[in-house]
Design a protein around this ligand. Structure first.
Ligand code: HEC
Length: 192
């Protein structure tokens, strides 16, 4: 009788254990492999960057840098937001930001500091319920027209337009090939 009771308890104990295990496995399974998040992140950045860059180039061609800077401010948000479907959030931020609305949060600040000291590369960070894709943004020659040195790279009329819209602008003085900021895409960890 005692033995049956003992085995009964033992059985329930293992039943509980295995039940827990299935639950744990389930939550791990609902997370996609890192390679999928990296691929989706790369695709979203490529599409968004191309659209932003092409719209910016078109605006510069039509209106010149000073007016294009205005365009960039008015249009960058809807453009970046239009790809953010299925609960995916897409952000651009920088240690030296132009728009105060792009100020880094604490996770972004930590990554930006690490990129400055250790060099930058695309990475994934897992936090409860979220997967963060982070990719460095590096300056190209054309960026210096609005992010280089005032009055040498940036024309005085462009500088005046930037100052008017962004009196606290920190995003000048960059050279080509420098870390300008990061793309940050937040995926919900559960793909459903
Ligand atoms: C015509 C001017 C212009 C050009 C050229 C330009 N930018 Fe910008 N950039 C802006 C403006 C204006 C903002 C602020 C947009 C906003 O209000 O969110 C901005 C914002 C950014 C931000 C977001 C963080 C912040 O500082 O607020 C990043 C990152 C950025 N630019 C990178 C680049 C890169 C990389 C290039 C070149 C490929 C580039 N920009 C070319 C005008 C420009």
């Amino acid at each position: 009788m005692k033995t049956t009771f003992f085995y009964g308890v033992l059985f329930s104990f293992f039943a509980l254990l295995s039940c827990n295990q299935t639950r744990q496995e389930k939550s791990t399974i609902s997370l996609l492999p890192d390679s999928i998040y990296l691929k989706r992140g790369d695709q979203l950045v490529a599409v968004t960057f191309d659209t932003l860059r092409n719209s910016l180039l078109a605006a510069i061609r039509q209106q010149g840098f000073a007016d294009a800077a205005k365009f960039c401010n008015e249009r960058a948000y809807p453009l970046t937001a239009s790809y953010a479907t299925n609960g995916i959030i897409l952000k651009r931020t920088s240690a030296r930001y132009r728009n105060p609305a792009n100020q880094p949060d604490s996770l972004e600040q930590t990554v930006l500091e690490a990129f400055q000291t250790e060099g930058s590369h695309t990475k994934l960070i897992h936090t409860p319920g979220k997967v963060h894709y982070i990719k460095p943004i590096v300056t190209q020659a054309m960026c210096l027209n609005c992010h280089g040195s005032p009055n040498t790279d940036i024309k005085p009329e462009t500088q005046a337009a930037l100052q008017k819209t962004y009196p606290q602008d920190k995003a000048t003085g960059y050279a080509e090939g420098e870390l300008r900021g990061i793309w940050h895409i937040i995926f919900p960890a559960n793909p459903n």
